[in-house]
Design a protein around this ligand. Structure first.
Ligand code: ADP
Ligand code: ZN
Length: 287
């Protein structure tokens, strides 16, 4: 039996999985992210009993995905204590002498959703997660988008909603999407966590305005076939029609888009988008 491994390396948890050649997940574990040493020990304990053919890693970032770089495979400038400049891919390769695919968590999720989830039948899609932060991944013509570096879609500059005076929650930017629209911004804006807000609260209109503005910009740059939205904040289903409505207004009739109900959609694979994406990337890397 051929086995494939997947690691979704997140800032709060590492989700590791082993799947057979049909990509059916046969074992999975979720570990709280501790120091690199402690975390890797548990990761190794999990995978050591399998003869893996290949592995796929989708990591929190920023990470180095530039194959020409000396620090390819590193987690780079993360504020996460202990994880800055950690050669995560190198440590895995040291342990397992197999092909290992390496990309961002959101690129992996985009890849998973494109092949087996909401993006099936497309070749180009964007996956955006709106949670503690905002991050986006893209698959363009079937391949994840990364060249010099990887996209940082959460930190694009946005125009403010009329009279919005919220102080950005992003320590780097006063007017970026994440700083004005991620979960912590939503909480700062209302004094209440997103999950506790009523679905008819006026803040969803503001949230939809920012997300639609970002989606318009991604559309103008990449023109994907589909945009898939996930993350805690997007559990608010009422956001979808609000975003589509705002996008329609903000496009101003300039570009033609696919029907918006098909263009702006939720995830199909739920919490498995990243894991499935990593497994697919592992299989591709091996092939
Ligand atoms: P993470 O981004 O840390 O992986 P999540 O995607 O769950 O995890 O994002 C957490 C953020 O999303 C928090 O700011 C939280 O308040 C917000 N959030 C979680 N669930 C909901 C919900 N149902 N509605 C609105 N906001 C939510
Ligand atoms: Zn920012």
């Amino acid at each position: 039996m051929d086995y494939y491994g997947s690691i979704e390396a997140g800032g709060t948890k590492f989700v590791c999985a082993v799947a057979d050649e049909t990509l059916t997940i046969i074992k999975r574990i979720s570990l709280p992210t501790m120091s690199p040493e402690e975390t890797l020990k548990q990761v190794f304990d999990f995978f050591d009993e399998y003869e893996l053919k290949a592995m796929g890693v989708g990591s929190f970032g920023p990470i180095d995905v530039n194959r020409k770089s000396n620090t390819y495979g590193y987690i780079t400038s993360t504020p996460k204590h202990g994880w800055r400049n950690v050669d995560l891919l190198g440590r895995l390769k040291e342990r397992y002498d197999i092909p290992i695919a390496w990309t961002t968590d959101v690129n992996a999720a985009a890849y998973g959703e494109m092949h087996l989830g909401a993006g099936k039948e497309t070749q180009s899609c964007i996956y955006l997660t709106v949670g503690t932060g905002i991050g986006g991944g893209a698959v363009v013509n079937g391949a994840v988008l990364e060249v010099f570096s990887h996209p940082e879609m959460g930190h694009i500059t946005v125009q403010r909603y009329p009279n919005d005076k919220l102080e950005s929650t992003c320590p780097y930017h006063d007017n970026c999407l994440e700083g004005l629209a991620a979960g912590p911004a939503l909480e700062k804006r209302t004094g209440t966590k997103g999950q506790s807000l009523p679905s008819n609260h006026e803040v969803w209109e503001i949230e939809a305005f920012y997300l639609a503005q970002a989606l318009l910009n991604y559309t103008l740059v990449l023109s994907p076939e589909k945009i898939i939205l996930g993350g805690g904040v997007m559990k608010q289903q009422q956001l979808f029609p609000l975003i589509r409505e705002s996008l329609k207004v903000q496009v101003g009739g300039y570009v033609s888009l696919p029907p918006l109900e098909e263009y702006i959609v939720g995830c199909d694979l739920g919490d498995d988008s990243g894991t499935i994406g990593c497994l697919l990337l592992a299989k591709k890397k091996e092939g």
